[in-house]
Design a protein. Structure first.
Length: 187
């Protein structure tokens, strides 16, 4: 019964957030994203990282494309690829022309052999909602929770300010972040 209640609470919050995201203009998304990444770039975890895992953004997420293009020549950038078993695998980004549209309409790197040994020094994670206790709520499929559960690197959740709450519904399998960055604050 508690599991059903948790799923319902998450679904309600997802609908609320999706409605708020629709009200953002492209200019607001780009400006907020730039502020978020400007904060990240000043942090020792990022400065010292040689290999950074993040994601190629969907239109309603914190926009990562400019950040990826800015850094991939000096830091190894890993992006997730959805595997046939519905797990995420991190694969090196080798340029925009080495992307293809993968599962769920998300741009993914073409899966080259030899990338399996890449280990990030830091991972930047998207989410639908986060809270001040560092909980993350995703889209509901558990992809990132399965990826993150055994990762011991710093995990940074990034989101727009209205996606940060005092509390979000979280279950036992939801992996917490080490930090959260919005355009307004760093936790």
């Amino acid at each position: 019964m508690e599991e059903i209640d948790l799923r319902e609470k998450k679904q309600c919050l997802r609908k609320e957030i999706f409605a708020m995201k629709k009200s953002l203009s492209l200019q607001e998304r780009m400006a907020f994203s730039q502020q978020i990444f400007s904060c990240l770039e000043k942090l020792p975890d990022f400065i010292n990282a040689r290999c950074v895992a993040l994601y190629y953004s969907l239109p309603d997420e914190v926009q990562t494309e400019t950040f990826i293009r800015k850094w991939y020549a000096t830091k190894k950038i890993l992006l997730p690829v959805v595997e046939p078993d519905n797990n995420l695998k991190l694969v090196a980004y080798k340029g925009i022309d080495m992307l293809h549209v993968g599962a769920f309409g998300i741009s993914e790197p073409i899966n080259n052999e030899g990338d399996e040994d890449s280990k990030p020094d830091i991972i930047i994670v998207p989410g639908i909602a986060f809270d001040r206790n560092l909980n993350r709520m995703g889209r509901g499929k558990g992809f990132y929770d399965r990826l993150l559960v055994d990762m011991s690197v710093p995990k940074y959740g990034i989101c727009y300010g209205f996606q940060l709450f005092d509390s979000v519904p979280a279950g036992e399998t939801d992996v917490r972040m080490n930090h959260i960055i919005t355009e307004k604050e760093f936790i």
